[in-house]
Design a protein around this ligand. Structure first.
Ligand SMILES: Cc1cc2nc3c(=O)[nH]c(=O)nc-3n(C[C@H](O)[C@H](O)[C@H](O)COP(=O)(O)O)c2cc1C
Length: 250
């Protein structure tokens, strides 16, 4: 295996327990410079990255704190400003513009995660910025009024302890389709349910479902986890904000 593949195979999330150890300014610069090499639509870089260094602010933003936090925004305000400056019409509104910019932003985020890992720095990708009252994110980061949406945050740092297992991936039926799409058969669904129930497989998010007398991991996922998650995320607020900033038409 070459070094790049090894780095990819070693990717993992640190769920919030980062140590007080800081990552160096040089490493931060290297991570950011590498991340900006990600592909982007129309070479316009429809994103911006906000570096958060204050741990309290990180916590307020996403619920987690490490050495550095980067917020990756789908952002067309810079391009809109250039268009205005040169007196060109530029329509930054609408879902296609949002999707394209969000893809740009996510590619930068994941590239930063990989670059960091290659330097021995761990990370947590989190959508904690979308939980609770999302207006705090706009206020804390002084985000522009239009065409800038915080898509994802990544917290970087060093772990306080090693995770006790590697989170595996389902690589069975339904993930990769050759030629055309192949819907899950009943037998494949049963196999998937069985595999996720195996604690040694480390496929599920948590094994806290077992003492709850549920039959399967996926019973916990759909009844307990999805329910709590839906309540914690401001779904309708997100839609309102996307309308206000021009990325979604009412
Ligand atoms: C969009 C997104 C949001 C996530 N949000 C959180 C989060 O808020 N808290 C958390 O502990 N992990 C979060 N994660 C990390 C996932 O739980 C983690 O990637 C997954 O369980 C696989 O584990 P691994 O990354 O260690 O392989 C998030 C990951 C993604 C891609």
């Amino acid at each position: 295996m070459n070094q790049t593949l090894e780095t990819l195979q070693n990717l993992r999330s640190i769920h919030g327990n980062f140590s007080e150890r800081d990552i160096s300014e040089q490493d931060l610069r290297t991570i950011i410079e590498a991340s900006l090499r990600a592909a982007n639509a129309s070479a316009r870089q429809g994103y911006s990255v906000i570096v958060v260094e204050d741990r309290d602010t990180m916590k307020k933003l996403c619920g987690y704190a490490g050495s550095k936090g980067l917020v990756f925004c789908a952002d067309l305000t810079r391009i809109a400003a250039i268009a205005k400056h040169l007196n060109h019409p530029f329509d930054a509104d609408g879902v296609p513009q949002f999707i394209t910019s969000a893809v740009d932003a996510v590619l930068v985020a994941q590239t930063a995660v990989i670059a960091a890992k290659s330097l021995g720095i761990d990370s947590l990708i989190t959508n904690g910025i979308h939980r609770g009252d999302m207006e705090r994110v706009f206020t804390l980061l002084n985000l522009p009024e239009k065409h800038c949406f915080p898509v994802i945050m990544v917290v970087f740092g060093y772990p306080t302890k090693e995770p006790d297992h590697r989170q595996e991936r389902w690589n069975g039926a339904g993930v990769v389709h050759y030629g055309v799409y192949h819907p899950l058969t009943t037998a494949q669904a049963e196999e998937m349910v069985r595999k996720y129930d195996d604690p040694e497989a480390h496929l599920g998010l948590s094994d806290t479902w077992k003492p709850k007398r549920l039959a399967h991991y996926w019973d916990w996922f759909f009844t307990v986890w999805v329910g709590s998650f839906a309540k914690a995320t401001g779904k309708s607020q997100m839609a309102q904000i996307l309308e206000r900033i021009g990325f979604l038409f009412p």
